[in-house]
Structures are given as structure tokens and as C-alpha cells.
Design a protein around this ligand. Structure first.
Ligand SMILES: *[C@@H]1O[C@H](CO)[C@@H](O)[C@H](O)[C@H]1NC(C)=O
Ligand SMILES: *[C@@H]1O[C@H](CO)[C@@H](O)[C@H](O)[C@H]1NC(C)=O
Ligand SMILES: *[C@@H]1O[C@H](CO)[C@@H](O)[C@H](O)[C@H]1NC(C)=O
Ligand SMILES: *[C@@H]1O[C@H](CO)[C@@H](O)[C@H](O)[C@H]1NC(C)=O
Length: 312
């Protein structure tokens, strides 16, 4: 049986985008919020290019496709490593050359490497710099928009030993889940239920008004990148890894019962990470789809054998 028809069966034939639960990255609501905010910060030129690349079913809304890499992850097993960048246990500082590889040690195969990859593809394609380029730029746009979300989720730069919190079982109020899912979904869901009458657009508006209000000054520096660089994902992963230690993992042990105290201390972090991801995604797309040509400043690392698995 073809892969597509299997997927249709597991979905019972309902609309593909709605039926596959997301396992990786912010949940669908977090990714939607990030891309909804980002679209509002696009220049006119960038918006035109983005909308031209979107699949028809998105109806001009970037937010409609920002969970696409999660929804089709099973059909693209090669893409799994591109959603995160875990680090040695107890390390609270990310390093590209040490951390950006998949489980087989193939370098650049992590979320920051993927952001360099897909932003490059989009810029090359936009400036028609590679005549033989056969990358699918619609997919590049959907990957980039998704991975900007992922790199801002602190537990996507968590520890290798617990798979970014996936193996830490906790209770979230009455329900059993794991720490990774608390950060992907539960904090956002509980915020929606508690403060927003389960209305995602109300949560998005609340974050947007902080961006134009209390966070306005600092938000100007969120979008900074070194002057001639196309994308600057490394500082985002460093921030995530620090936040993972300072908030996500803090005082959480196997079987921990998490409730109000944890929720209220971590919700502000989640809201700011969604805001930063949206602002930075827009700033990067604005650079990609502009007349200026920017550089990819991905760090060139030594070949894997000299720094990976030395002891094996
Ligand atoms: C770069 O993009 C291509 C096309 O989707 C993909 O095959 C490759 O695995 C990607 N590599 C990284 C590091 O993202
Ligand atoms: C590009 O990717 C999208 C999404 O996977 C797909 O629907 C579309 O057919 C692809 N386009 C080409 C030219 O392959
Ligand atoms: C616990 O799970 C139930 C059933 O899935 C759900 O309705 C409820 O919102 C969850 N509670 C919390 C606090 O996540
Ligand atoms: C970041 O951008 C802001 C606003 O454009 C600017 O004032 C600030 O100096 C920049 N900071 C860095 C570190 O480049």
C-alpha cells in the first residue's frame, strides 16, 4: 500500500492537516501562533513572495502550514534530527560543532543546521542563483517557518540523556505526560483554558500587544543578526539551552507533580519564546526576500571523527 493511502486510512479520510497529532516541536497551536505573528511583520515584498510559495490550501496564511514538518514527519524519517539540537547532560550551553549532528554523527543535521540549509535554499532560489537548483522552495519555506519555532522551544536544546525531556514522566495537574510535552503543548493549552476562553486568537493578540508594548524596545534587538548574515540561529539555541536549565528542568525529577507553581513561573518564558520566534522568523524572511544578498555564516566544523565519539 502506498504511503499516502496508509496515511489516509489512519486519518479516517478526514483532512490531512487536522488529524495527525504533533509529536515534535511546539504543538500545532504554538507553531500556528508563531507564524501568524510573523506574517504580520513581513514587508510587502516578502509577503508577496511567501504567499506565492504557499500551497493553495493555505489560502495565503503561512500559519496554516507551519506544522507541516510534524504532520509528515513519518513520511520523512530523514528529517527527524532536524527538529532539535540536544546537548551532553547537564550542559547548559549549546555549541554548534559539538552538538549539531544526528545520532550517526552526521554534521549539520540539527535544527540550527537545518535553518542555515533552508534559508540558503530560499535566498538562492529567490535570486535565481542556481540554475540547476532543484530544491522545492515551498517545502523550504515550511521547514524554515517550523524550525524557527522549534529552536525557540527550550527543550529542543535539552539533554541527550532524556531526549529533551521526553523520557521524564511527570503529572501535569491530573494528567500524566512527559516534560517535553509540557513545553510543546501543556503550558499553552492550560494558558488557553485559564486565560483565553480556549481562543487561540486571544492568546496571539495578548502576545502581540506585549511585542508592541512592554517588549517593544528589546524586540528591536531580537531581530538582530550580524550585519551581512542571512540567518543567525546559534544565539537562539544558546538561549534555549540556558532556559532549559533555568526553567524547564529546574527542580523537576522523574515522576514530579507539576501544577500552578510551575505553570505560572514558566508561562512568561513560553510567551516570550513564541514572540521572539515570530519576530525573528519575519526578520529573516524579510532579509531572504529583499534585493540585498546576505551571507550564510554557518560555522565550518572539523570533520566529525576528530570531535565526535572520541572515546568509542
Ligand atoms: C537540506 O535540505 C535538503 C532538501 O530538503 C535535505 O535533503 C537535507 O537533508 C537538508 N539538510 C539539512 C542539514 O537540513
Ligand atoms: C513541493 O512540495 C509540496 C509540498 O510537499 C508539494 O505539494 C509540491 O507538489 C512540490 N512541488 C514540486 C514541483 O515538486
Ligand atoms: C487532562 O486531560 C483531559 C482529557 O484529555 C483534558 O480534558 C484536560 O484538559 C487535561 N487537563 C489538563 C490540566 O491538561
Ligand atoms: C540591535 O538592533 C537595535 C535596533 O536596530 C540596535 O539599536 C542595537 O544596537 C543592535 N544591537 C546589536 C547587538 O547589534
Amino acid at each position: 500500500m502506498g504511503k499516502v493511502s496508509e496515511l489516509w486510512l489512519t486519518c479516517g479520510g478526514i483532512l490531512l492537516m487536522l488529524c495527525v497529532p504533533s509529536v515534535f516541536g511546539w504543538g500545532a497551536q504554538g507553531h500556528f501562533a508563531i507564524c501568524k505573528m510573523a506574517q504580520g511583520f513581513l514587508t510587502e515584498d516578502a509577503l508577496t513572495e511567501v504567499q506565492a510559495l504557499l500551497p493553495e490550501y493555505a489560502d495565503g496564511e503561512l500559519a496554516a502550514v507551519c506544522s507541516w514538518p510534524d504532520e509528515f514527519r513519518k513520511l520523512m524519517p530523514w528529517s527527524t534530527a532536524l527538529h532539535f539540537v540536544d546537548q551532553p547532560d547537564s550542559s547548559c550551553n549549546y555549541e554548534y560543532c559539538r552538538d549539531c549532528h544526528d545520532t550517526d554523527g552526521n554534521k549539520d543535521r540539527c535544527v540550527t543546521g537545518a535553518i542555515y540549509n533552508y534559508t540558503d535554499q530560499l535566498q538562492l532560489g529567490f535570486h535565481k542563483l542556481s540554475s540547476e537548483m532543484n530544491y522545492n522552495l515551498t517545502e523550504a519555506l515550511m521547514f524554515v517557518s517550523h524550525f524557527f519555532g522549534d529552536v525557540h522551544q527550550p527543550l529542543h536544546a535539552g539533554f541527550l540523556g532524556d531526549s529533551g525531556g521526553n523520557t521524564i514522566i511527570v503529572s501535569w495537574y491530573q494528567n500524566e505526560t512527559n516534560l517535553h510535552k509540557v513545553w510543546d503543548d501543556k503550558i499553552i493549552e492550560t494558558s488557553l483554558q485559564t486565560f483565553h476562553n480556549s481562543d487561540l486568537s486571544s492568546l496571539i493578540q495578548a502576545i502581540q500587544s506585549k511585542i508592541s508594548g512592554v517588549w517593544f524596545t528589546e524586540s528591536l534587538s531580537w531581530r538582530n543578526c550580524t550585519s551581512d548574515s542571512l540567518a543567525c540561529p546559534d544565539p537562539y539555541a544558546s538561549e534555549s539551552s540556558e532556559l532549559a536549565c533555568k526553567f524547564a528542568y529546574k527542580d523537576v525529577t522523574q515522576g514530579a507533580a507539576l501544577g500552578d507553581e510551575y505553570f505560572l513561573s514558566c508561562l512568561p518564558v513560553v510567551e516570550k519564546r513564541l514572540a521572539q520566534a515570530g519576530v525573528r522568523l519575519a526578520a529573516t524572511l524579510n532579509r531572504i526576500f529583499s534585493s540585498q544578498l546576505y551571507q550564510s555564516h554557518k560555522i565550518e566544523c572539523p570533520t566529525p571523527s576528530t570531535y565526535l565519539y572520541d572515546s568509542i
